[in-house]
Design a protein around this ligand. Structure first.
Ligand SMILES: C[S@@+](CC[C@H](N)C(=O)[O-])C[C@H]1O[C@@H](n2cnc3c(N)ncnc32)[C@H](O)[C@@H]1O
Length: 250
């Protein structure tokens, strides 16, 4: 394989543990009808394991043009692999789904992992599942409970739409170069009853409530509305559970 120089600006920490790669791909439970979209191919370690399981298609999205020759060489014999030479945020996943649903996977670039997670909510109707490697700290935020320090905008927004499973922690030594933090693999499954709401407005609503976290809710929401929904006017945002946010929004 050609030599590849990793770049910090793209959050490049390549997976070098075969065991971790296999475990991630096991979690996707690939069958021959699956359309898989991988965010951030890098030099293709994860991609290779995805292709070994014979899905219908693997779309690999990669922003770093210096990785393209390596990826193209490595997967030149795979007709079911398509490299998308773009920034993930410029890709329309609806165009890849072929009236079907997709499985999203990635050892995510940590500098934009939260943004990618938020973005997936807007694709929920074409998602079968997502399996992501993220910073352990972000995984803990995704799974946080009310009244804890990790309970945040990200917790509420993502938990409103997805059931989240913590798969495993991954120490830094399993990457090259090793990141400064511990990582974690999480699985996100769309909830059975996805709330039928304007996701963008709901996002803004939740994020506005989390601004000035220490303030009582009565300074942000009309007291009559709080009363109607059965929430104390002296409560603070981190005391609300995910259903409370939905009730208040509606
Ligand atoms: C943590 S590395 C993972 C690489 C490889 N999948 C692996 O597991 O070894 C993240 C990858 O995402 C790519 N990347 C970063 N930002 C991106 C973006 N906005 N869109 C697409 N790819 C991006 C990086 O260039 C890098 O290859």
């Amino acid at each position: 394989m050609k030599k590849f120089k990793t770049k910090k600006k793209f959050g490049q920490h390549l997976l070098i543990s075969e065991g971790v790669i296999k475990k991630i791909v096991d979690e996707i439970k690939i069958n021959k009808e699956d359309i898989i979209v991988e965010i951030g191919v890098g030099t293709g370690q994860l991609t290779e394991e995805l292709l070994k399981r014979n899905p219908k298609k693997v779309y690999g999205i990669e922003i770093d043009e210096t990785a393209y020759p390596i990826i193209e060489e490595r997967f030149k014999n795979f007709e079911n692999f398509i490299l998308i030479k773009k920034n993930f945020f410029d890709v329309n996943l609806y165009e890849l789904a072929e009236n079907n649903k997709i499985k999203l996977v990635g050892n995510l670039p940590y500098n934009v992992a939260s943004l990618i997670l938020i973005n997936t909510v807007f694709y929920i109707d074409i998602l079968k599942m997502s399996v992501f490697m993220i910073q352990k700290e972000v995984a803990e935020r995704l799974l946080a409970k009310p009244k804890t320090k990790n309970y945040s905008f990200l917790t509420v927004f993502i938990q409103t739409f997805f059931d989240i499973e913590y798969i495993m922690s991954v120490p830094a030594r399993f990457f090259s170069p090793p990141p400064k933090v511990t990582s974690a693999v999480v699985k996100l499954l769309p909830k059975k009853d996805i709330p039928d709401i304007d996701k963008k407005k709901f996002k803004n609503f939740v994020s506005s409530l989390f601004a000035n976290k220490r303030k009582m809710l009565r300074s942000k929401i009309d007291k009559d509305i709080l009363k109607k929904v059965g929430i104390e006017e002296t409560a603070r945002v981190d005391q609300l559970n995910v259903e409370d946010f939905l009730k208040l929004y509606k």
